[in-house]
Design a protein around this ligand. Structure first.
Ligand code: PLP
Length: 417
């Protein structure tokens, strides 16, 4: 068995694949700890983007010429790679979208409009990103349905008794984050899915903070929808995907109309494409999808199980180091956490802390993390958040800790430690 140090060292040697990590920021070595917001890109992904335009660019699904067929093959190969990442049963269950936000809005505006009406209920949780709240609020406003949030406990976990009590015959959908972007909590999504299905509800999982950090298996989870963003898994911005169980997708009405999503068009009536193409109107982000496929290959080549171990070790080390400092409050102390550390430093506003850390070359996120209801739950305006990726090292953690110490000295707080 590997010692944690060995795992950390072994995976982090891939930091050399990421050119941006070798640049200096404000004259300092960059410690990039804002991976929850977006991840950096390995050379293989950067090259794949240029390579697509140099070698393969043409519009897809339309041309009879060689290049169009080649481009179509690459696009469909990328769909297959997303299928593999999520272990979906069929690549026809994968819709390319602009990201998690795009995926969730698609479900709300198609399946949601079709299946949710006045008096129905949608369960979300108190720790959702705004992307998994606002689309449902818009749907509720339109349909007369009601949104029911699950309470979050003091340790930053879902109150499962409260969840069970919210489930009832009117519940149509449960929409839940796999991993909380603000707390790092890994939610019991398999159990939630099981309970929701027992109550006759569908389940959407927001996997934005999960897919780059652990193995995801939508068949094992049993969920109906699974959403994620390409840029959080070392791929391009503006890319992502939505898994929809085949039997549900077959019945979902189209959303945006246009080219590629139709079978036939006439003024008497239009028929729609089967499968994911029905939801990919117009020329999609072809290059983005293809390069997302490359990013998936890159990550799977390293191994998501190894990445998960590495990030777990980093989280444990960072938690221990931060707890050793005076005046630190960690927000989100579940024993089931991914590599996200949210914290407060007594006497220093998170934004001030973020600014001081920036002068040290340490990039963290400070604020509400697009989870305002969660911040209200804890009675705080925001937190400072360090979030880890496969390329982070103990050196990054030491830079974070030294930066926090410097901030405490500047503010004249936490000097007793
Ligand atoms: N859901 C979670 C849990 C997130 O962390 C994020 C982004 O931070 C999103 C949804 C939205 O992702 P995107 O902005 O890529 O659509």
């Amino acid at each position: 068995m590997n010692a944690p140090e060995t795992i950390v060292h072994d995976v982090a040697r891939h930091a050399a694949d990421f050119p941006i990590l070798s640049r200096q920021v404000r004259g300092r070595r960059l410690a990039y700890l804002d991976n929850g917001a977006t991840t950096q890109k390995p050379q293989a992904v950067i090259d794949a983007l240029a390579g697509f335009y140099q070698e393969s660019n043409a519009n897809i699904h339309r041309g009879v010429h060689w290049l169009s067929q080649h481009s179509t093959d690459l696009y469909e190969q990328a769909r297959e790679r997303v299928r593999g990442l999520l272990n979906a049963a069929d690549s026809q269950e994968i819709v390319f979208t602009a990201g998690t936000t795009g995926s969730i809005n698609l479900v709300a505006q198609t399946w949601g409009v079709q299946h949710i009406g006045a008096g129905d209920e949608i369960i979300v949780t108190g720790m959702e990103h705004h992307s998994n709240i606002v689309p449902w609020q818009l749907l509720c406003e339109r349909t007369g349905a009601t949104l029911r949030p699950v309470n979050v406990t003091e340790t930053g976990e879902l109150d499962m008794d409260h969840f069970r009590s919210l489930l009832n015959g009117r519940t149509r959908l449960v929409a839940v984050a796999h991993v909380s972007n603000a707390l790092g909590t890994i939610n019991p999504v398999a159990e939630i899915t099981r309970l929701a299905h027992q109550a006759g509800a569908h389940v959407l999982i927001d996997g934005a903070q999960a897919v780059a950090h652990q193995i995801v298996d939508v068949q094992a989870l049993g969920c109906d929808f699974y959403a994620f963003s390409g840029h959080k898994i070392y791929g391009p911005t503006g890319t992502g995907a939505l898994y929809v169980r085949a039997s549900i997708l077959a019945d979902m009405p189209p959303w945006q109309g246009g080219g590629d999503m139709i079978r036939t068009v006439s003024f008497e009536g239009t028929t729609y494409a089967q499968g994911p193409q029905r939801f990919e109107a117009g020329t999609p982000n072809i290059a983005g999808a293809v390069v997302l496929g490359e990013a998936i290959e890159y990550v799977r080549g390293i191994g998501l199980d190894r990445i998960a171990d590495h990030e777990e070790a980093l989280l444990a080390e960072a938690t221990e180091c931060m707890q050793a400092l005076p005046g630190i409050r960690i927000v989100g102390t579940s024993p089931h956490k991914a590599g996200i550390l949210s914290f407060l430093v007594a006497g220093i506003h998170p934004h001030d802390l973020g600014t001081i850390l920036d002068t040290e070359g340490v990039a963290i996120r400070a604020g509400h993390h697009c989870a305002m209801p969660l911040m209200s739950r804890f009675g705080i305006p925001g937190t400072a958040r360090a979030s880890f990726a496969l390329y982070n090292t103990s050196e990054d953690i030491q830079a974070l800790v030294a930066g926090v110490r410097k901030a405490q000295k500047l503010f004249g707080v936490g000097l007793d430690g």
